[in-house]
Design a protein around this ligand. Structure first.
Ligand SMILES: [Zn+2]
Length: 178
């Protein structure tokens, strides 16, 4: 198998040296719905966790997609909601060795709007806690949604390049942030 080294972008026409294999979102979609001047007072957030209005709880995790013709996985870092109980349990075990064996998979609503796919917000997911230091694995409910399909069946490098070109188009820069 060969890792794809660089490509000529059909969006901007430039040669990009690296094909991005992961994209991340800085905040749950509800943060962006909020008027900018309210965000500071209503949102508590770090790189992994987010609380909005003291009553909506989110964790950041990884939708990992097997790559069929190269090194993988391809990763979307996304936010999902958690119940208050599950959120508190997650925090309680944050630094606990072996937490991945102690915490059951948790239900969450996908709370990131991904480009390149039909609406992803509120897709059902299960959040699988991993070892300390690793973001949880996000398992999409196995529906017919194209994102759920590729999580099951995998993706190829050509499609990953198309995604890079589409995101290049949207942001007009070579960023890996959504
Ligand atoms: Zn480009």
């Amino acid at each position: 198998m060969e890792y794809k080294k660089g490509y000529i972008c059909r969006c901007c026409g430039e040669f990009h040296e690296e094909l991005p294999m992961s994209y991340g979102s800085d905040a749950p979609v509800y943060f962006y719905y909020m008027p900018e001047e309210e965000r500071e007072n209503r949102v508590e957030m770090n790189d992994d966790l987010c609380v909005i209005d003291d009553e909506h709880f989110f964790i950041k995790g990884c939708i990992e997609i097997p790559v069929l013709d190269g090194e993988g996985p391809f990763i979307w870092e996304v936010w999902v909601s958690l119940s208050e109980t599950n959120f508190e349990e997650t925090i309680e075990y944050w630094e606990t060795e072996g937490r991945e064996n102690k915490l059951e998979p948790m239900f969450g609503w996908l709370s990131t709007s991904l480009p390149c796919y039909p609406d992803t917000v509120n897709h059902k997911t299960m959040v699988h806690t991993r070892e300390v230091g690793y973001k949880p694995y996000i398992e999409l409910e196995p529906t017919d949604h194209p994102l759920a399909v590729v999580q099951r069946d995998g993706i190829n490098l050509n499609r990953i390049q198309e995604i890079a070109e589409e995101i290049c188009n949207e942001n007009n820069q070579g960023t890996d942030k959504l």
